[in-house]
Design a protein around this ligand. Sequence first.
Ligand code: BEZ
Ligand code: FE
Length: 288
Amino acid sequence: MDFSEADSVDAVVASFADTPDPRLREVMTSLVTHLHGFLRDSRPSLAEWETAIGFLTAIGQKCDEHRQEFILFSDVLGASMLVETMEAERQAGDATSSTVLGPFHVVASPERALGDSISLVDGGEPCLITGRVTAPDGTPVPGARIDVWQADEKGFYDVQVPDAQPLGNGRGLFAADDDGRYHFRSIVPAHYPIPTDGPVGQLLTATKRHPYRPAHVHFIVEAEGYVPVTTHVFVAGSPYLDSDAVFAVKQALVRDFAPVDDADTADRLGLPNPFRRAEFDVVLQPTG
Ligand code: BEZ
Ligand code: FE
């Protein structure tokens, strides 16, 4: 039988019928069904389809060890947030809300002691970030690993500006104390544009979308026997909280970075006075 528009899905789905892994068969069947539906709906010319293939090729070519353009593409389509949201529904229970990983978790965060600063260069408004990692019933999670990374006060991650920031600036891997508590020093991050010098940036320009994300600090919190949480704490009052380019804001993750004027505490913690302070407790869901 000739390949036809009416039978295209059946023909291609049948070609996957002997796939031994049932989940792979299910996913390929769904992909073919929706992809062909999209093509019948949007009816691209051959030239448009070549442009689309060229776009995906350019996305792949833009990726290297410090740049992940495919994650960025998934992010601006809301796909990353949809997968995150569905995963949280599946297993997170009463845990802290999750949000996107983003493309900048590309170097390992240096291990640091509680109270250390993750800001290794001058500039920015000093802040203290504190919190406690617990189970949903309030039981502390001693030794929980808290991996944080953030942009600087100009909105750049270390890997974006290697001449201005040493690798590891704005990053730290901490272990919570016996009571599940953690604290570290940093600077208040700025809002920033996602990278626009690649194909995803061209797409945003062509569709008149802005590239900005509200100011935030990334967290991955994990511990033996608990479901890890990938999330952010957002800075209250930051521009773009209402129109994040990657749809990642959840109100429960927004925190005041409140001004503190307390010379004794500043002195004890190695901060200039005044400084700003945010509190971010994290709830992990036990596995199983
Ligand atoms: C980030 O927050 O690092 C990020 C997330 C998605 C796209 C670009 C950047
Ligand atoms: Fe970020």
